[in-house]
Write a protein that binds this ligand. Structure first.
Ligand code: SF4
Length: 295
């Protein structure tokens, strides 16, 4: 069924999405959380169509694929790029360590609310996962109490592509062959460990930047006797003959550094189906999205 087709009550998905935006955003200071992905593109064009004034913002971490950043710059010049953190990514990793599936400081920085707005328009769709279906509504409040509206909450992937085709919007080439991504995420995201090694091959400059940060982190810890500022002993990677390689290999294989790869695999076997991805991953709020051009 087309998003423009009306049901028995004379309502269409397209009309409902526009109504959500108009009802919740009119007269408000509106932020469109723009990720460059197809869902946030829909939000952007729906807000234009709804006739509301808004600011579209991309939160950059330097984990993002350079193709995505180039696409946004070329096609959405009015999108504002906000740095998720003030240091370079290398220095951020040197200070905090590599982000892991349990300590994703990059996501936290990316999703941090921007002051000065009353409401954020977010491209979350319930179809994407049971967790999103359970946690997100057409309108609600995030854990930091800021308001959001999800105009596409009941849209399918086909609906999204139908609307982008209707408005004549281009899309990022990562959706097309040879990549054919269903969803565009961060490079080497620890929330998706199975993709990390392949990502490192596909974006070697980003991987080199991440490894450089890891090396700086290890050297900093070495100077501190492999103890954190709070006096906590580093995990067993620090006992390896080459701590940098051990830390990096654990991370790129498993998205974590606390356990050896063998220990982690054993733990993982007992967790099947329990681990859930970040609520924001890929929403445009994720900030999952690092720096310019494979720099
Ligand atoms: S989605 Fe991006 S920002 Fe979030 S944890 Fe993954 S790499 Fe970090």
């Amino acid at each position: 069924m087309s998003i423009f087709e009306k049901d028995l009550f004379g309502k269409s998905k397209h009309g409902a999405a526009l109504a959500r935006i108009r009802n919740f955003c009119n007269g408000k200071r509106v932020l469109v959380a723009f990720s460059g992905g197809k869902d946030s593109q829909c939000c952007y064009h729906l807000c234009k169509e709804a006739g509301i004034s808004f600011t579209a913002q991309y939160s950059i971490t330097r984990f993002e694929p350079p193709e995505l950043l180039r696409f946004i710059r070329a096609n959405y010049p009015d999108v504002i790029f906000r740095r998720a953190f003030s240091k370079t990514l290398v220095d951020e990793i040197a200070a905090s360590g590599l982000p892991t599936r349990w300590a994703r400081w990059c996501c936290e920085a990316k999703h941090k609310a921007t002051p000065g707005f009353d409401i954020a328009v977010i491209g979350v769709r319930a179809e994407e996962s049971p967790r999103r279906a359970a946690n997100w509504r057409a309108f609600g409040f995030k854990p930091d109490h800021s308001a959001y509206v999800c105009p596409l909450i009941d849209w399918t992937t086909a609906d999204v592509w139908e609307y982008l085709s209707f408005v004549g919007a281009k899309h990022c080439g990562l959706y097309d062959p040879p990549c054919s991504f269903g969803r565009i995420g961060c490079v080497c995201c620890p929330l998706v460990p199975r993709n990390m090694k392949q990502d490192a091959l596909q974006w070697p400059k980003t991987a080199a930047m991440l490894k450089m940060g890891a090396a700086k982190f290890v050297e900093r810890m070495r100077r501190q006797g492999f103890r954190t500022a709070r006096g906590k002993q580093c995990a067993t990677w620090c006992n390896a003959a080459n701590p940098i390689e051990e830390l990096w290999t654990r991370w790129i294989e498993t998205g974590q550094v606390q356990q050896s790869i063998a220990e982690f695999r054993a733990w993982e076997r007992g967790q099947l189906g329990k681990d859930e991805p970040c609520l924001f991953a890929g929403t445009g709020f994720s900030e999952a999205d690092g720096a310019e051009g494979e720099a």
